[in-house]
Design a protein. Structure first.
Lengths: 293, 165
Protein backbone atom coordinates (compact mmCIF):
# COMPACT_ATOMS: atom_id res chain seq x y z
CA UNK A 1 0.00 0.00 0.00
CA UNK A 2 1.79 3.09 -1.22
CA UNK A 3 0.35 6.49 -2.09
CA UNK A 4 0.05 7.30 -5.80
CA UNK A 5 2.59 9.72 -7.31
CA UNK A 6 1.78 13.41 -6.99
CA UNK A 7 3.47 16.75 -6.97
CA UNK A 8 4.05 18.25 -3.54
CA UNK A 9 3.53 21.90 -2.68
CA UNK A 10 4.22 23.54 0.66
CA UNK A 11 2.92 27.11 0.59
CA UNK A 12 3.89 29.43 3.44
CA UNK A 13 0.93 31.82 3.26
CA UNK A 14 -2.82 31.42 2.93
CA UNK A 15 -2.82 33.55 -0.22
CA UNK A 16 -0.26 31.24 -1.78
CA UNK A 17 -2.29 28.17 -0.80
CA UNK A 18 -5.50 29.65 -2.23
CA UNK A 19 -3.60 30.54 -5.40
CA UNK A 20 -2.29 27.00 -5.82
CA UNK A 21 -5.66 25.43 -5.10
CA UNK A 22 -7.33 27.73 -7.62
CA UNK A 23 -4.90 26.99 -10.46
CA UNK A 24 -3.82 23.35 -10.09
CA UNK A 25 -6.01 20.59 -11.46
CA UNK A 26 -7.00 17.68 -9.24
CA UNK A 27 -5.30 19.06 -6.14
CA UNK A 28 -5.90 17.89 -2.57
CA UNK A 29 -5.24 19.78 0.64
CA UNK A 30 -3.22 17.98 3.31
CA UNK A 31 -3.84 18.94 6.94
CA UNK A 32 -2.99 16.40 9.68
CA UNK A 33 -3.16 13.55 7.19
CA UNK A 34 -4.89 11.23 9.66
CA UNK A 35 -7.78 10.62 7.27
CA UNK A 36 -6.22 11.62 3.94
CA UNK A 37 -3.06 9.50 4.28
CA UNK A 38 -4.96 6.23 4.81
CA UNK A 39 -7.07 7.14 1.77
CA UNK A 40 -3.94 7.85 -0.26
CA UNK A 41 -2.24 4.68 0.95
CA UNK A 42 -5.30 2.68 -0.08
CA UNK A 43 -5.56 4.72 -3.28
CA UNK A 44 -9.13 5.77 -2.65
CA UNK A 45 -7.98 9.23 -3.72
CA UNK A 46 -5.56 9.88 -6.59
CA UNK A 47 -4.58 13.55 -6.61
CA UNK A 48 -2.09 15.00 -9.11
CA UNK A 49 -1.10 17.64 -6.57
CA UNK A 50 -0.96 17.66 -2.78
CA UNK A 51 -0.96 21.08 -1.13
CA UNK A 52 0.42 20.75 2.40
CA UNK A 53 -1.11 23.29 4.80
CA UNK A 54 1.29 22.48 7.65
CA UNK A 55 3.71 25.31 6.91
CA UNK A 56 1.07 27.99 6.24
CA UNK A 57 1.49 30.81 8.76
CA UNK A 58 -1.34 31.88 10.99
CA UNK A 59 -3.74 28.99 10.45
CA UNK A 60 -3.48 27.58 13.98
CA UNK A 61 -4.48 29.07 17.31
CA UNK A 62 -7.28 29.39 19.83
CA UNK A 63 -8.70 32.66 21.10
CA UNK A 64 -11.91 34.05 22.56
CA UNK A 65 -13.43 37.32 21.54
CA UNK A 66 -16.88 38.58 22.49
CA UNK A 67 -18.21 35.21 23.54
CA UNK A 68 -16.94 33.42 20.44
CA UNK A 69 -14.20 30.83 20.52
CA UNK A 70 -12.22 31.18 17.32
CA UNK A 71 -10.09 28.19 16.37
CA UNK A 72 -7.71 28.15 13.42
CA UNK A 73 -8.41 25.27 11.02
CA UNK A 74 -4.89 23.87 11.42
CA UNK A 75 -5.06 23.73 15.22
CA UNK A 76 -4.12 20.20 16.28
CA UNK A 77 -6.68 18.15 18.15
CA UNK A 78 -4.03 17.58 20.80
CA UNK A 79 -3.63 21.33 21.36
CA UNK A 80 -7.38 21.67 21.81
CA UNK A 81 -7.41 18.73 24.22
CA UNK A 82 -4.89 20.47 26.47
CA UNK A 83 -6.22 24.01 26.10
CA UNK A 84 -7.42 25.53 29.38
CA UNK A 85 -9.48 28.02 27.39
CA UNK A 86 -11.35 25.24 25.60
CA UNK A 87 -11.88 23.30 28.83
CA UNK A 88 -13.26 26.39 30.56
CA UNK A 89 -15.36 27.88 27.77
CA UNK A 90 -16.40 24.89 25.72
CA UNK A 91 -16.50 21.79 27.92
CA UNK A 92 -18.42 19.89 25.25
CA UNK A 93 -15.50 20.20 22.84
CA UNK A 94 -13.08 19.15 25.55
CA UNK A 95 -15.11 16.05 26.38
CA UNK A 96 -15.60 15.12 22.73
CA UNK A 97 -11.89 15.35 21.94
CA UNK A 98 -11.12 12.51 24.33
CA UNK A 99 -13.04 10.23 21.96
CA UNK A 100 -11.28 11.35 18.76
CA UNK A 101 -8.87 8.59 17.78
CA UNK A 102 -5.74 8.21 19.87
CA UNK A 103 -2.96 10.34 21.24
CA UNK A 104 -0.75 9.75 18.17
CA UNK A 105 -3.56 10.67 15.76
CA UNK A 106 -4.52 13.74 17.82
CA UNK A 107 -0.89 14.87 17.76
CA UNK A 108 -1.24 15.42 14.02
CA UNK A 109 -4.98 15.56 13.28
CA UNK A 110 -6.51 19.03 13.04
CA UNK A 111 -9.99 20.37 13.72
CA UNK A 112 -10.31 21.70 10.16
CA UNK A 113 -9.33 18.34 8.70
CA UNK A 114 -11.90 16.53 10.80
CA UNK A 115 -14.70 18.89 9.77
CA UNK A 116 -13.76 18.75 6.07
CA UNK A 117 -13.41 14.97 6.09
CA UNK A 118 -16.92 15.03 7.58
CA UNK A 119 -17.25 11.47 8.75
CA UNK A 120 -20.88 10.93 9.85
CA UNK A 121 -19.68 9.92 13.32
CA UNK A 122 -16.85 12.44 13.73
CA UNK A 123 -17.10 13.91 17.22
CA UNK A 124 -15.94 17.39 16.25
CA UNK A 125 -18.62 17.61 13.57
CA UNK A 126 -21.24 16.77 16.21
CA UNK A 127 -19.85 19.43 18.56
CA UNK A 128 -19.98 22.12 15.84
CA UNK A 129 -23.59 21.19 15.07
CA UNK A 130 -24.50 21.32 18.77
CA UNK A 131 -22.91 24.74 19.20
CA UNK A 132 -24.26 26.32 15.98
CA UNK A 133 -20.69 27.02 14.89
CA UNK A 134 -19.72 29.09 11.88
CA UNK A 135 -17.09 28.01 9.37
CA UNK A 136 -14.85 30.64 7.79
CA UNK A 137 -13.49 29.82 4.32
CA UNK A 138 -11.14 31.57 1.93
CA UNK A 139 -11.20 31.25 -1.86
CA UNK A 140 -10.12 33.14 -4.96
CA UNK A 141 -13.16 35.41 -4.56
CA UNK A 142 -12.34 36.33 -0.97
CA UNK A 143 -13.67 35.01 2.32
CA UNK A 144 -17.13 33.91 3.44
CA UNK A 145 -18.83 32.30 6.41
CA UNK A 146 -21.00 29.20 6.44
CA UNK A 147 -23.49 28.39 9.20
CA UNK A 148 -22.69 24.89 10.39
CA UNK A 149 -26.21 23.63 9.70
CA UNK A 150 -25.46 24.26 6.00
CA UNK A 151 -21.92 22.86 6.10
CA UNK A 152 -22.60 19.16 5.46
CA UNK A 153 -23.62 18.74 1.81
CA UNK A 154 -23.68 14.94 1.79
CA UNK A 155 -21.71 11.88 2.79
CA UNK A 156 -18.08 12.97 3.47
CA UNK A 157 -18.81 16.16 1.52
CA UNK A 158 -18.61 19.65 3.02
CA UNK A 159 -20.44 22.52 1.30
CA UNK A 160 -17.28 24.28 0.18
CA UNK A 161 -16.11 24.84 -3.38
CA UNK A 162 -13.15 22.90 -4.76
CA UNK A 163 -11.08 26.07 -4.67
CA UNK A 164 -11.93 27.01 -1.08
CA UNK A 165 -9.97 26.42 2.11
CA UNK A 166 -11.48 26.33 5.59
CA UNK A 167 -9.54 28.85 7.67
CA UNK A 168 -11.28 28.99 11.03
CA UNK A 169 -14.10 27.64 13.16
CA UNK A 170 -16.13 30.05 15.28
CA UNK A 171 -17.96 28.55 18.22
CA UNK A 172 -20.37 30.79 20.15
CA UNK A 173 -19.80 29.80 23.76
CA UNK A 174 -22.62 29.26 26.22
CA UNK A 175 -22.77 31.26 29.46
CA UNK A 176 -20.51 30.24 32.33
CA UNK A 177 -22.02 27.47 34.40
CA UNK A 178 -23.78 25.77 31.52
CA UNK A 179 -23.76 21.99 31.47
CA UNK A 180 -22.32 19.82 28.74
CA UNK A 181 -22.11 16.09 28.09
CA UNK A 182 -20.68 14.13 25.19
CA UNK A 183 -21.14 10.39 25.12
CA UNK A 184 -20.81 7.75 22.44
CA UNK A 185 -21.17 4.10 21.69
CA UNK A 186 -18.33 2.44 19.80
CA UNK A 187 -17.13 -1.13 19.50
CA UNK A 188 -13.74 -0.30 20.97
CA UNK A 189 -12.43 2.79 22.75
CA UNK A 190 -10.78 5.09 20.18
CA UNK A 191 -12.86 3.78 17.28
CA UNK A 192 -15.23 5.98 15.40
CA UNK A 193 -18.55 6.04 17.22
CA UNK A 194 -21.53 4.13 15.87
CA UNK A 195 -23.79 6.74 17.45
CA UNK A 196 -22.90 9.71 19.65
CA UNK A 197 -24.89 12.31 21.57
CA UNK A 198 -23.98 15.85 22.60
CA UNK A 199 -26.08 17.73 25.14
CA UNK A 200 -25.87 21.36 26.25
CA UNK A 201 -28.11 22.61 29.02
CA UNK A 202 -28.56 25.84 30.85
CA UNK A 203 -30.42 25.40 34.10
CA UNK A 204 -31.62 28.39 36.11
CA UNK A 205 -33.71 28.14 39.27
CA UNK A 206 -34.24 24.42 38.82
CA UNK A 207 -35.61 24.75 35.28
CA UNK A 208 -34.02 24.23 31.90
CA UNK A 209 -33.82 27.60 30.18
CA UNK A 210 -31.89 26.57 27.09
CA UNK A 211 -31.14 23.20 25.49
CA UNK A 212 -29.21 21.75 22.59
CA UNK A 213 -29.20 18.05 21.77
CA UNK A 214 -27.34 16.59 18.79
CA UNK A 215 -27.09 13.01 17.62
CA UNK A 216 -24.10 11.96 15.49
CA UNK A 217 -23.60 8.81 13.44
CA UNK A 218 -27.26 8.17 12.72
CA UNK A 219 -27.44 9.97 9.38
CA UNK A 220 -24.72 11.23 7.00
CA UNK A 221 -24.40 14.31 9.21
CA UNK A 222 -25.32 14.92 12.86
CA UNK A 223 -28.93 15.92 13.51
CA UNK A 224 -30.34 18.27 16.09
CA UNK A 225 -33.15 16.76 18.14
CA UNK A 226 -35.20 19.95 18.00
CA UNK A 227 -38.36 18.22 19.23
CA UNK A 228 -36.58 17.22 22.42
CA UNK A 229 -34.97 20.64 22.82
CA UNK A 230 -38.35 22.35 22.64
CA UNK A 231 -40.05 19.84 24.92
CA UNK A 232 -37.58 20.23 27.80
CA UNK A 233 -37.13 24.00 27.89
CA UNK A 234 -39.11 25.38 30.83
CA UNK A 235 -39.19 22.00 32.57
CA UNK A 236 -37.32 20.73 35.61
CA UNK A 237 -34.64 18.22 34.55
CA UNK A 238 -35.64 14.68 35.57
CA UNK A 239 -34.77 11.23 34.25
CA UNK A 240 -38.48 10.53 33.67
CA UNK A 241 -38.90 13.62 31.50
CA UNK A 242 -35.81 12.83 29.46
CA UNK A 243 -36.83 9.18 28.98
CA UNK A 244 -40.24 10.25 27.71
CA UNK A 245 -39.19 12.96 25.27
CA UNK A 246 -36.15 11.17 23.86
CA UNK A 247 -38.43 8.49 22.36
CA UNK A 248 -38.92 10.95 19.49
CA UNK A 249 -35.34 10.26 18.38
CA UNK A 250 -36.49 6.84 17.17
CA UNK A 251 -38.07 8.51 14.16
CA UNK A 252 -34.75 9.87 12.85
CA UNK A 253 -33.90 8.70 9.38
CA UNK A 254 -31.01 6.33 9.97
CA UNK A 255 -28.40 4.71 7.77
CA UNK A 256 -27.41 1.06 7.82
CA UNK A 257 -23.93 -0.33 7.25
CA UNK A 258 -21.78 -3.27 8.34
CA UNK A 259 -21.52 -1.85 11.85
CA UNK A 260 -25.20 -1.45 12.63
CA UNK A 261 -28.69 -1.61 11.14
CA UNK A 262 -30.90 1.46 10.86
CA UNK A 263 -33.16 0.19 13.68
CA UNK A 264 -30.19 -0.33 15.98
CA UNK A 265 -28.94 3.18 15.26
CA UNK A 266 -32.39 4.56 16.07
CA UNK A 267 -32.40 2.60 19.31
CA UNK A 268 -28.98 3.98 20.21
CA UNK A 269 -30.16 7.49 19.37
CA UNK A 270 -32.96 7.20 21.93
CA UNK A 271 -30.73 5.71 24.64
CA UNK A 272 -27.75 8.02 24.13
CA UNK A 273 -29.94 11.12 23.89
CA UNK A 274 -31.41 10.34 27.29
CA UNK A 275 -28.05 9.49 28.82
CA UNK A 276 -26.41 12.65 27.48
CA UNK A 277 -29.16 14.81 28.95
CA UNK A 278 -29.00 12.95 32.26
CA UNK A 279 -25.25 13.34 32.39
CA UNK A 280 -25.41 17.05 31.55
CA UNK A 281 -28.02 17.55 34.26
CA UNK A 282 -25.91 15.67 36.84
CA UNK A 283 -28.50 12.91 37.10
CA UNK A 284 -26.18 10.15 35.98
CA UNK A 285 -23.53 10.06 38.68
CA UNK A 286 -24.52 6.59 39.83
CA UNK A 287 -25.53 5.21 36.46
CA UNK A 288 -23.65 2.01 35.58
CA UNK A 289 -22.79 3.32 32.10
CA UNK A 290 -21.22 6.43 33.59
CA UNK A 291 -18.58 4.67 35.68
CA UNK A 292 -14.92 4.75 34.76
CA UNK A 293 -13.64 1.43 33.45
CA UNK B 1 5.88 14.22 -12.48
CA UNK B 2 7.01 12.81 -9.20
CA UNK B 3 10.52 14.09 -9.05
CA UNK B 4 12.64 13.15 -6.12
CA UNK B 5 13.29 15.69 -3.43
CA UNK B 6 16.56 15.93 -1.53
CA UNK B 7 16.09 16.11 2.20
CA UNK B 8 17.92 15.66 5.43
CA UNK B 9 16.28 13.54 8.10
CA UNK B 10 17.72 13.86 11.57
CA UNK B 11 17.21 10.51 13.25
CA UNK B 12 18.48 9.84 16.76
CA UNK B 13 20.78 12.82 16.46
CA UNK B 14 22.29 11.77 13.17
CA UNK B 15 21.68 13.45 9.82
CA UNK B 16 20.65 11.24 6.91
CA UNK B 17 20.74 12.82 3.46
CA UNK B 18 18.10 11.11 1.34
CA UNK B 19 16.51 11.62 -2.04
CA UNK B 20 12.87 10.51 -2.04
CA UNK B 21 9.65 10.99 -3.95
CA UNK B 22 7.24 13.25 -2.07
CA UNK B 23 4.80 10.36 -1.83
CA UNK B 24 7.21 8.36 0.30
CA UNK B 25 5.90 7.92 3.82
CA UNK B 26 8.18 8.67 6.74
CA UNK B 27 8.25 5.04 7.83
CA UNK B 28 9.36 3.87 4.38
CA UNK B 29 12.07 6.51 4.26
CA UNK B 30 13.32 5.52 7.73
CA UNK B 31 13.45 1.84 6.79
CA UNK B 32 14.49 1.93 3.14
CA UNK B 33 16.54 5.08 2.76
CA UNK B 34 18.07 5.35 6.22
CA UNK B 35 18.37 1.57 6.70
CA UNK B 36 16.88 1.75 10.19
CA UNK B 37 14.57 -1.25 10.17
CA UNK B 38 13.77 -1.23 13.87
CA UNK B 39 10.58 0.71 13.13
CA UNK B 40 7.98 -1.74 11.85
CA UNK B 41 5.13 -1.44 9.36
CA UNK B 42 1.85 -3.18 10.09
CA UNK B 43 -1.31 -1.83 8.56
CA UNK B 44 -0.11 1.26 6.67
CA UNK B 45 -3.34 3.06 7.41
CA UNK B 46 -3.00 4.31 10.93
CA UNK B 47 -4.72 1.53 12.85
CA UNK B 48 -2.00 -0.59 14.47
CA UNK B 49 0.62 1.81 15.79
CA UNK B 50 3.55 -0.48 14.89
CA UNK B 51 5.18 2.44 13.04
CA UNK B 52 5.07 4.84 16.02
CA UNK B 53 8.12 7.13 16.20
CA UNK B 54 8.70 10.47 17.94
CA UNK B 55 8.82 13.49 15.62
CA UNK B 56 9.52 16.91 17.09
CA UNK B 57 8.81 15.58 20.57
CA UNK B 58 5.45 13.98 19.77
CA UNK B 59 4.60 10.33 19.17
CA UNK B 60 3.10 9.94 15.70
CA UNK B 61 2.20 7.17 13.31
CA UNK B 62 4.94 7.39 10.70
CA UNK B 63 2.83 5.69 8.02
CA UNK B 64 0.50 8.72 8.16
CA UNK B 65 3.15 11.31 7.44
CA UNK B 66 5.33 11.98 4.40
CA UNK B 67 9.11 11.94 4.81
CA UNK B 68 9.30 15.46 3.37
CA UNK B 69 7.14 16.69 6.25
CA UNK B 70 9.68 15.53 8.84
CA UNK B 71 12.45 17.69 7.48
CA UNK B 72 14.04 19.89 10.12
CA UNK B 73 12.40 18.02 12.99
CA UNK B 74 14.28 15.67 15.31
CA UNK B 75 13.10 12.08 14.81
CA UNK B 76 13.56 9.37 17.40
CA UNK B 77 13.27 5.67 16.65
CA UNK B 78 13.75 2.52 18.70
CA UNK B 79 17.40 2.36 17.65
CA UNK B 80 18.05 5.48 19.71
CA UNK B 81 16.79 4.09 23.03
CA UNK B 82 19.77 2.05 24.21
CA UNK B 83 23.01 3.80 24.93
CA UNK B 84 25.77 1.50 23.73
CA UNK B 85 25.15 -1.90 25.29
CA UNK B 86 22.96 -0.51 28.04
CA UNK B 87 19.28 -0.90 27.33
CA UNK B 88 16.76 1.83 28.14
CA UNK B 89 14.86 1.16 31.40
CA UNK B 90 11.72 0.58 29.37
CA UNK B 91 13.43 -2.01 27.19
CA UNK B 92 14.69 -3.79 30.29
CA UNK B 93 11.24 -3.64 31.79
CA UNK B 94 9.69 -5.20 28.65
CA UNK B 95 12.19 -8.06 29.00
CA UNK B 96 11.64 -8.51 32.72
CA UNK B 97 7.84 -8.52 32.46
CA UNK B 98 7.48 -10.46 29.21
CA UNK B 99 6.02 -7.44 27.45
CA UNK B 100 6.76 -9.04 24.10
CA UNK B 101 6.47 -12.36 22.34
CA UNK B 102 7.07 -12.10 18.59
CA UNK B 103 8.25 -8.51 19.07
CA UNK B 104 6.58 -7.08 16.00
CA UNK B 105 4.59 -4.45 17.90
CA UNK B 106 7.36 -3.73 20.42
CA UNK B 107 9.19 -0.81 18.74
CA UNK B 108 5.88 1.04 18.38
CA UNK B 109 4.88 0.39 22.00
CA UNK B 110 8.33 1.40 23.24
CA UNK B 111 8.34 4.73 21.40
CA UNK B 112 4.77 5.49 22.49
CA UNK B 113 5.55 4.63 26.11
CA UNK B 114 8.87 6.49 26.17
CA UNK B 115 7.23 9.62 24.81
CA UNK B 116 4.37 9.32 27.30
CA UNK B 117 6.56 8.73 30.36
CA UNK B 118 9.05 11.44 29.42
CA UNK B 119 6.23 13.94 29.08
CA UNK B 120 4.51 12.89 32.26
CA UNK B 121 6.41 10.53 34.58
CA UNK B 122 3.55 10.82 37.07
CA UNK B 123 0.88 9.69 34.60
CA UNK B 124 -2.02 7.88 36.26
CA UNK B 125 -3.03 4.30 35.50
CA UNK B 126 -6.22 5.23 33.70
CA UNK B 127 -4.60 7.73 31.37
CA UNK B 128 -1.74 5.33 30.71
CA UNK B 129 -4.18 2.61 29.72
CA UNK B 130 -5.95 5.05 27.41
CA UNK B 131 -2.67 5.97 25.71
CA UNK B 132 -1.53 2.37 25.31
CA UNK B 133 -4.87 1.31 23.88
CA UNK B 134 -3.91 2.98 20.60
CA UNK B 135 -1.48 0.24 19.57
CA UNK B 136 -2.25 -3.35 18.60
CA UNK B 137 -0.48 -6.49 19.77
CA UNK B 138 -1.50 -9.89 18.44
CA UNK B 139 0.52 -11.93 20.93
CA UNK B 140 0.72 -10.79 24.50
CA UNK B 141 -2.86 -10.03 25.41
CA UNK B 142 -1.58 -6.60 26.50
CA UNK B 143 -1.43 -7.27 30.25
CA UNK B 144 2.33 -7.74 30.33
CA UNK B 145 2.88 -4.66 28.18
CA UNK B 146 0.88 -2.64 30.69
CA UNK B 147 2.82 -4.24 33.57
CA UNK B 148 6.13 -3.44 31.88
CA UNK B 149 5.25 0.20 31.27
CA UNK B 150 3.95 0.65 34.81
CA UNK B 151 7.14 -0.85 36.25
CA UNK B 152 9.27 1.41 34.05
CA UNK B 153 7.20 4.37 35.21
CA UNK B 154 8.15 3.62 38.83
CA UNK B 155 11.73 3.03 37.79
CA UNK B 156 12.03 6.28 35.84
CA UNK B 157 10.26 8.17 38.64
CA UNK B 158 12.67 6.95 41.31
CA UNK B 159 15.57 7.95 39.10
CA UNK B 160 14.13 11.42 38.68
CA UNK B 161 13.64 11.77 42.39
CA UNK B 162 17.22 10.60 42.99
CA UNK B 163 18.50 13.19 40.54
CA UNK B 164 16.29 15.89 42.02
CA UNK B 165 17.19 14.97 45.61
C1 LIG C 1 -6.65 4.99 13.97
C2 LIG C 1 -7.49 6.20 13.72
C3 LIG C 1 -8.61 6.43 14.50
C4 LIG C 1 -9.41 7.56 14.28
N1 LIG C 1 -10.51 7.74 15.07
C5 LIG C 1 -11.28 8.83 14.90
C6 LIG C 1 -12.42 9.05 15.72
O1 LIG C 1 -12.73 8.29 16.63
N2 LIG C 1 -13.16 10.17 15.47
C7 LIG C 1 -12.85 11.06 14.49
O2 LIG C 1 -13.56 12.05 14.32
N3 LIG C 1 -11.77 10.88 13.71
C8 LIG C 1 -10.99 9.79 13.88
N4 LIG C 1 -9.92 9.60 13.06
C9 LIG C 1 -9.65 10.60 12.00
C10 LIG C 1 -8.98 11.83 12.59
O3 LIG C 1 -7.86 11.40 13.30
C11 LIG C 1 -8.51 12.86 11.56
O4 LIG C 1 -7.66 13.75 12.23
C12 LIG C 1 -9.55 13.71 10.90
O5 LIG C 1 -10.59 12.92 10.43
C13 LIG C 1 -8.95 14.47 9.72
O6 LIG C 1 -8.16 15.52 10.16
P1 LIG C 1 -6.72 15.76 9.56
O7 LIG C 1 -6.24 17.06 10.07
O8 LIG C 1 -5.90 14.59 9.82
O9 LIG C 1 -7.04 15.97 8.00
P2 LIG C 1 -6.53 15.29 6.64
O10 LIG C 1 -6.55 13.83 6.77
O11 LIG C 1 -5.23 15.93 6.28
O12 LIG C 1 -7.65 15.81 5.68
C14 LIG C 1 -8.96 15.29 5.68
C15 LIG C 1 -9.76 15.89 4.53
O13 LIG C 1 -10.05 17.27 4.75
C16 LIG C 1 -9.52 18.09 3.73
N5 LIG C 1 -9.03 19.30 4.41
C17 LIG C 1 -8.19 19.31 5.46
N6 LIG C 1 -8.01 20.57 5.91
C18 LIG C 1 -8.77 21.37 5.12
C19 LIG C 1 -9.03 22.79 5.09
N7 LIG C 1 -8.46 23.61 5.99
N8 LIG C 1 -9.87 23.26 4.16
C20 LIG C 1 -10.45 22.43 3.26
N9 LIG C 1 -10.26 21.10 3.25
C21 LIG C 1 -9.42 20.57 4.16
C22 LIG C 1 -8.44 17.26 3.06
O14 LIG C 1 -8.22 17.65 1.74
C23 LIG C 1 -9.02 15.86 3.18
O15 LIG C 1 -9.97 15.64 2.19
C24 LIG C 1 -9.09 8.48 13.25
C25 LIG C 1 -7.96 8.27 12.47
C26 LIG C 1 -7.14 7.14 12.68
C27 LIG C 1 -5.95 6.94 11.82
S1 LIG D 1 1.70 0.80 10.12
FE1 LIG D 1 1.35 2.81 10.82
S2 LIG D 1 -0.32 2.54 12.15
FE2 LIG D 1 -0.12 0.54 11.31
S1 LIG E 1 4.48 -9.27 20.61
FE1 LIG E 1 3.75 -10.08 18.76
S2 LIG E 1 2.44 -8.49 18.10
FE2 LIG E 1 2.95 -7.83 20.04
Amino acid sequence: MKPPPFQYHDPKTLAEAVGLLGTLDNAKLLAGGQSLMPMLNMRFVLPDHVIDLNLVEGMAGIKETDGVLEIGAMTRQRELEFSDLVAAKCPLLHQALMHVGHRQTRNRGTIGGSLCHLDPAAELVTVCMAHDATIAVAGPGGTREIAFADFPAGYLTPAIELNEIVTAIRIPVWPAGHKAAFIEFSRRHGDFAIVSAAALLQIDGGRITRASLTIGGVAVAPVRATEVEQAIVGQAPTSELFAKVCESCRSFEAMADIHASAEYRQHLAVVLARRALEKAADLADNAPWNRAH
Amino acid sequence: MSNKIDLTLNINGQDHAVSVEPRKTLVDAIREDCALTGTHIGCEHGVCGACTVIVGGEAVRSCLMFAVQAQGKPIRTVEGLASGKTLHPLQRSFMAHHGLQCGFCTPGFLMLAVNTLEKNPAIGDEELLDVLSSNLCRCTGYQNIILAVKAAREDMRTKEEAVAG
